[in-house]
Design a protein around this ligand. Structure first.
Ligand code: PAF
Length: 290
């Protein structure tokens, strides 16, 4: 596995892959890898001739009071995990190399980046779309892999690629979970032991929502109230948002649920913000009855 610390180095590697006629899959990460990232790598490995992973804790997607400095890092462990999965090259740039002095150009999806998490974390998605565009331009992959756990991020990136005709195919990969249902995230390590146990509340609340949609006809409000009250049963959970949205456009849903929707939740445990999601489709049986 080649470790590239500069844009110049990774471009040379990319040129070699292109000269070989190889298809290239990109797995962008902020490091401190877990099984969720490894699943992205496995999917890339299964479908592409060459796999490039990137590790870059992108400062522009963190707000002034967010956890940039405490974001967990362990490069040696990350390299070992990527090597084990047969990654061909890893790009680990410095912030100075990524953002040249005087950088002032950004990429932003207007509506999609300002709703939901974008309201809690203003500027976050602009940072994501800008760095992802840069990574695409630098590494020029044929395919790029993102987790469905960060559902809004996935929709934002898909929309950006569509709107700007970026020649990359985006692949969404299902969420990988801990044994108790907590979605894998690099942030889980920052939870206190008590909060880690309590954090199972997220997947429990989403399970309840899914069961409800299967067994009866529901409105968006009922679904959202059910999720919220389930979350609030856990005293350590500080519920930031519960949203029921169209699964693709993320527009608000009112009234009875008649198509696939996504339930998006954001919950704070101390200073750690956890998110989770579930796409739910109403039962055909209940739709016909109504
Ligand atoms: O999902 C992440 O880890 C980051 O938002 C990403 C896509 C690597 C951009 O920094």
């Amino acid at each position: 596995m080649k470790v590239c610390n500069t844009k110049k180095e990774i471009r040379t590697v990319r040129d070699e892959f292109r000269a070989q006629g190889a298809s290239v899959g990109l797995v962008p990460t902020m490091g401190y890898l877990h099984k969720g990232h490894i699943e992205l790598v496995k999917q890339a490995r299964a479908t592409c001739d060459r796999v490039i992973a990137t590790i870059f804790v992108n400062p522009t997607q963190f707000g002034p009071n967010e956890d940039l400095s405490s974001y967990p890092r362990d490069l040696e462990r990350d390299f070992a995990m990527l090597q084990d999965e047969g990654v061909d090259a890893v790009f680990v740039p410095s912030p100075q190399d990524m953002y040249l002095l005087g950088s002032e150009t950004v990429v932003e999806t207007k509506r999609l980046s300002r709703i939901l998490i974008g309201r809690i974390r203003p500027g976050h998605f602009q940072g994501v779309t800008t760095v992802v565009t840069k990574l695409f331009n630098i590494c020029q992959p044929d395919y790029a892999y993102f987790g469905e756990k960060d559902y809004q991020q996935l929709q934002v990136i898909k929309r950006m690629v569509r709107d700007l005709d970026v020649p990359v195919e985006i692949k969404g990969v299902p969420t990988v979970r801990e044994g108790d249902g907590l979605a894998m995230s690099s942030r889980n390590i920052m939870l206190t032991p008590e909060d880690r146990i309590a954090a199972v509340a997220l997947s429990r609340a989403l399970n309840a929502a899914e069961e409800m949609c299967v067994s009866q006809s529901v409105t968006a409000r009922l679904l959202s109230n059910t999720i919220r009250s389930r979350l609030e049963e856990e005293p350590r959970a500080d519920v930031q948002s519960v949203d029921i949205r169209d699964a693709e456009t993320l527009t608000s849903i009112r009234g009875r649920i008649e198509r696939s929707v996504v339930a998006l939740i954001a919950v704070r445990f101390g200073s750690v913000l956890l998110i989770d999601q579930r796409v739910v489709t109403p039962s055909q049986v209940h739709l016909q009855k109504a």
